[in-house]
Design a protein. Structure first.
Length: 563
């Protein structure tokens, strides 16, 4: 217990004005202020915003040019090739744009490279694909911002390229017919955190606006919300609108494939949450790309036959199970190496590789190791003299910045603040490790590596009343940028003997000034050695909502305890 640093948010005076202006409980207003939502109007938009709050898509630089070029292709009956990525974000972007273009009368095809054969992104040799298919226009989704060579090659062959992406660019931008990317410094777009599906949605919004088909736009929100959550994009601004309204739409799904997928996840006839997207639906779609069979996932969203959709869903289930077994094996092997050689005590950034590791799942394993050892992790799969790496980082360490300063060693690299990918020759791995370790030692402090709990407020049990519980769901969905609120209750009594569940979780009753809640410590079974009935502690917790026999129940998810 008490291994984390508790960081209590300072009370902000703006919270009082928000509480009074909207008639919401003070703890709810304080949570909003902690997320830098500081005016009544900002809070109203955050809590009650609707699709009228979507930005004008033409605020994004390149949008007018992209729409005009697509309209020309449709009018001239040019074949359009959509080039996507193999993860959830890329697959759903392909599906959305293909369906939207088809509804506008376009002749469209798609191509998604195989992760295990082609790797990430658009390569120069891919220009043969639009040439062979007789394509006059290529539109990239969720990739392409570094496809300088491909774009030049395509242009030389009379093929225009429109790039839609959300990743950071290289030193040179491709000479494309249009580039849509909100992270570009001169993009002009007010929301920089869109996932690939978000950028694709903005293009569809602009196209539908010109075509007078905006009534069809909400149908795409279901796929946008899945892709946004699966890509771990920040849930503020437009992303929040996408996810909130998409989750509502997932209760009424007409797409045969998506409906079969939802049913296979055990989510039929129940309210779907952002957690369900991230841990049930998303991984099954992702499994196809990770295991080298991306087209299974794409076909699922295009099939109209219930029988075919059930077959495809079963195949995705099997791939996901295979992915989980492969991932667990690599995790145990990598964790064993780290602990055996005490690498987590020697290095601030962990780098491991093996020729036996599956390239499709090392990113997930890196994320698990990052959580376990609480430091950045990059794992590599070695094959044919090439090291393909995938890295994940903790919130205080922007991993992409470290890779930027190693870029001369890479054949390719890219990503976000907390998730990166890179490739380099295996014989450069020694130099890479030395360079990265030196950078990490200089830039990452011991304080950065300490686990931190960022507490929103002290919340006595007495304040978890009807008004608070009625307002709390307005804060949903939670994720990056809008984390699940964390509270502290002081001088709490352990009212019952703690019980260990499934040999890894802990459950007990907690009482404070006469009010009692069930408390659960997930993966905290070791607390049983020091907790006993009658003991008093300070408790850091979040709220858990569930239903039992049609009645809503509230319990506490305990993150840490202090004596």
């Amino acid at each position: 217990m008490n291994s984390s640093l508790w960081i209590m948010a300072e009370p902000r005076p703006e919270a009082e004005g928000i509480a009074a202006g909207l008639g919401i409980p003070r703890p709810i207003a304080r949570i909003l202020a902690n997320r830098k939502i500081l005016t009544v109007e900002e809070a109203r938009t955050f809590l009650y915003g609707n699709l009228d709050g979507l930005h004008d898509p033409y605020l994004m630089k390149g949008m007018a040019e992209a729409v005009a070029r697509i309209e020309k292709a449709i009018a001239d009956r040019e074949k359009i090739l959509i080039f996507g990525d193999y993860d959830v974000d890329g697959v759903l972007s392909v599906v959305m744009l293909f369906k939207a273009l088809a509804s506008l009368g376009a002749e469209a095809e798609y191509f998604i490279p195989e992760r295990l054969k082609d790797g990430y992104g658009i390569k120069e040799h891919h220009v043969e694909i639009p040439v062979q298919r007789g394509t006059g226009l290529v539109i990239s989704v969720d990739c392409g911002i570094k496809a300088v060579g491909f774009t030049a090659q395509a242009k030389g062959k009379g093929i225009d390229v429109i790039i839609t992406d959300h990743h950071r660019p290289g030193e040179t931008l491709p000479e494309a017919a249009a580039i849509l990317n909100p992270v570009l410094e001169d993009s002009g777009y007010p929301d920089k955190d869109l996932a690939g599906v978000g950028v694709t949605f903005k293009l569809i919004q602009a196209l539908f606006e010109k075509a007078g088909k905006l009534s069809g736009l909400p149908h795409y929100m279901k796929l946008v919300c899945i892709g946004t959550v699966a890509d771990v994009a920040g849930l503020k601004g437009e992303n929040r609108l996408f996810v909130r309204h998409g989750l509502k739409g997932l209760g009424h799904v007409s797409n045969t494939g998506l409906r079969s997928l939802i049913e296979s996840c055990g989510l039929a006839n129940r309210k779907i949450s952002e957690g369900d997207l991230g841990f049930r639906i998303g991984p099954r779609i992702n499994a196809a790309g990770r295991m080298g069979m991306t087209d299974l996932a794409v076909r699922l969203f295009f099939c109209d036959s219930i029988e075919e959709s059930l077959t495809l869903v079963q195949q995705l289930e099997e791939l996901n199970s295979q992915r989980q077994r492969t991932e667990e094996k690599i995790f145990e092997e990598a964790k064993g190496q780290i602990e055996e050689m005490a690498l987590d005590r020697k290095y601030k950034c962990l780098v491991l590789g093996s020729e036996k590791w599956h390239r499709g799942v090392i990113g997930i394993v890196a994320s698990k190791l990052k959580d376990y050892f609480h430091r950045p992790v990059i794992l590599f799969a070695y094959e044919d003299g090439k090291a393909s790496g995938s890295g994940r980082s903790i919130s205080d360490v922007p991993l992409i910045d470290l890779l930027d300063d190693c870029k001369d060693l890479f054949q390719s690299y890219g990503g976000h603040k907390l998730a990166v990918g890179c490739t380099l020759p295996v014989d450069r791995m020694g130099v890479f490790k030395e360079t990265l370790n030196a950078l990490a030692e200089a830039r990452i402090s011991e304080e950065d590596l300490r686990r931190k709990l960022r507490i929103d407020a002290v919340l006595p049990f007495a304040e978890i009343d009807g008004g608070f519980l009625e307002s709390f769901p307005l804060l949903f969905p939670f994720g990056v940028g809008n984390p699940k609120p964390l509270f502290v209750a002081e001088n709490v009594e352990v009212m019952s003997e703690p019980r260990v569940l499934q040999r890894k979780h802990l459950k007990f009753l907690a009482r404070q000034e006469g009010r009692v809640f069930e408390a659960v410590g997930w993966d905290k079974a070791d607390w049983a050695r020091v907790l006993s009935r009658g003991r008093r502690l300070d408790m850091a917790f979040s709220l858990l909502f569930s239903e039992y026999l049609g009645e809503q129940r509230v319990s506490l998810s305990v993150e840490d305890l202090r004596a």
